[in-house]
Structures are given as C-alpha cells and as structure tokens.
Design a protein around this ligand. Structure first.
Ligand SMILES: [Zn+2]
Ligand SMILES: [Zn+2]
Length: 304
C-alpha cells in the first residue's frame, strides 16, 4: 500500500511528475496491501504453469507437420492424456504446497525489504537484478540438485522429478513436495541478497518458471531467443540430464552451463555430443537415417 492518497502527493514526494508506468502502478497498487500484492504471485504462477506449456502440447500433437526434427528424443511420444495427467499432478501440488507456501512466506519478504512504493526501478535496475537472481539461483540450485542425486536424496525425493525421462513442458514443476519446498530457497536467495521492487520480484518468479518450462520442453528449437544468452543451458542440455536419469552425473545446473563446466559435471553430455556428431557425419556420408538424438543408451560418463 502506498503512503500517498493522491497522485499529487506522490509527485510532491518524488519532486517530479510520475512517469506513465508510475501512474499505472499508483492507480493499481495504492489501495492494495503489500500482502495482497505479494500474493499476486499465486495467480501468476497458476497462469504460467497452466498456459505457457500449452503451445508445447500443440507442438507434440502436431509433430508430423514439421516439428519432429526439433524433438530431442524423437522416439518418445507423449499422449494428450499423459500430458493432462502431469498437469493435474502439478496442480495438486500447486494448491497443496506452492500456493500455501506463498501465503505464509510473506513475512520473509518484509524482512528482506522487497518494496512496493515509488519511485519504480528503471528497466536497467530490473534487468541487472534479474541477472543476479538467475546467477545466484543457478549456483545454489546446482549444489542442491547434486545433493539430490545422492542415494538418499534421489530415493526419497528427487526420483519423482525424474519420472519423466523425456521431459515435457508441464513436467517442469513436477516434483516431490519436499523438492518444491527445498528449491524455494535458491529462488528466494537472490531477492534476499539484492532486494528490489515487488515488480522485479513478480518478474523473477514468473521468468524462472518460464525458463524451467522451456528447458523441460523436450524440443530444441533453433529460433528460441535464449540461444543468444551466454552460457545458457536450454532444453537439449537439461533433457540429457533426464534421459540419463538417477545415475546422472551430468548437467545439474538449472539455467547456465558454467557450473557443470567448472566442476567437471558436463563430461557425460559432452561425450554424447561428440559421439552424436561423429555418427551424424557418418550417416551423412552413407545417406542413411538416424532415429534419435541420443545414439548410445546412456550410462553416464562419471565426472570423476
Ligand atoms: Zn536431477
Ligand atoms: Zn528437470
């Protein structure tokens, strides 16, 4: 809730006229409590989980009209009912865990100092904070994910997320309830270290989930804009992690590739890519057709 009752009062406080964005924000948020603004995340996450994977459902249903060549594991076909079942499971977790977690975590947002007032942050401030949030999340998630691939973590918790050996968009947030809670920590850490505006926080929560849906899409589209982000992992990178499954010692990072490179946990993936490249060259030479992205049934190459 803003400490001004009129735009004139807000202008007097800032010592200038409000920008268009600030006027819109004033009109929208002035009479809403910070708690209500924070809980907008529940609605945003619901929309992201429900709507963003829908184009991928269409792509999976229309593979024969040209999308087949982008499928990372072309031998795997996921039916509409399987995708709907995954969505139902995700929604159950959403209403039982994700939503309630948002409802009760409001005090933490107040403690770290996420602000809702004026002035609004500049585009550059928002972008810089989002980059920091992604990097902190990526690093923290890497180590938690690696821990979850230990015997205890995998058997008790992480195996649920790996039920999809060929991931689909809806399966991005599909996980054990404990994993949903644990992975809230890396998402929260960035805003805790570099607190920003509520708008930045909304964007962060939504973009992180959109990114996760893209990396679980099962399709490696050459036109995706994320290809231009340096060190970005993407769908092919994380798909390999699911393909190998519980034994995987490769590709733990959630967003970028540099943690796996630095800590030597991308060797299995790079080895597969090398073999695949060689096979493709041979196939091109002989004019034959290959059936899949991963030619060797993977026993992952251990990192150490
Ligand atoms: Zn995993
Ligand atoms: Zn995954």
């Amino acid at each position: 809730m803003l400490p001004f009752s009129t735009i004139d009062e807000a202008s007097a406080f800032l010592g200038r006229n409000l920008t268009l964005a600030e006027t819109l924000w004033f009109n929208y948020s002035a009479r809403k409590s910070d708690y209500v603004l924070y809980c907008h995340n529940i609605l945003f996450l619901f929309v992201v989980f429900s709507v963003v994977p829908l184009p991928l459902v269409l792509v999976e249903m229309m593979r024969s009209v040209g999308f087949e060549k982008y499928k990372i594991q072309p031998k795997v076909h996921t039916s509409l009912s399987d995708m709907f079942r995954c969505y139902k499971d995700v929604m159950r977790m959403f209403f039982l865990v994700v939503g309630p977690l948002q409802l009760v975590s409001y005090p933490s947002i107040k403690i770290i100092g996420v602000r809702t007032g004026l002035p609004l942050p500049s585009i550059w401030e928002i972008l810089a904070q989002l980059v920091v949030y992604f990097m902190i999340e990526d690093y923290t998630n890497y180590w938690i994910h690696r821990f979850l691939h230990g015997k205890w973590g995998y058997e008790k918790i992480h195996h649920v997320h790996h039920e999809y050996t060929a991931p689909i968009g809806f399966a991005a947030p599909y996980a054990h309830w404990a994993e949903v809670l644990i992975l809230g920590i890396p998402s929260f850490l960035g805003p805790a270290i570099v607190p920003g505006h509520m708008i930045t926080f909304w964007l962060w929560i939504a973009l992180r989930q959109i990114e996760a849906i893209e990396t679980h899409s099962g399709y490696d589209f050459p036109w995706t804009p994320t290809k231009y982000i340096p060190f970005y992992g993407g769908a092919d990178y994380h798909d390999y992690h699911h393909y190998v499954g519980g034994d995987s010692q490769s590709n733990f990072a959630s967003v970028f590739t540099y943690c796996d490179y630095i800590y030597g946990t991308d060797k299995g993936y790079r080895y597969q890519k090398k073999i695949l490249r060689k096979l493709k060259e041979e196939i091109e030479k002989s004019g034959a057709q290959n059936g899949g992205s991963y030619p060797i049934h993977a026993q992952d190459v251990k990192s150490d």
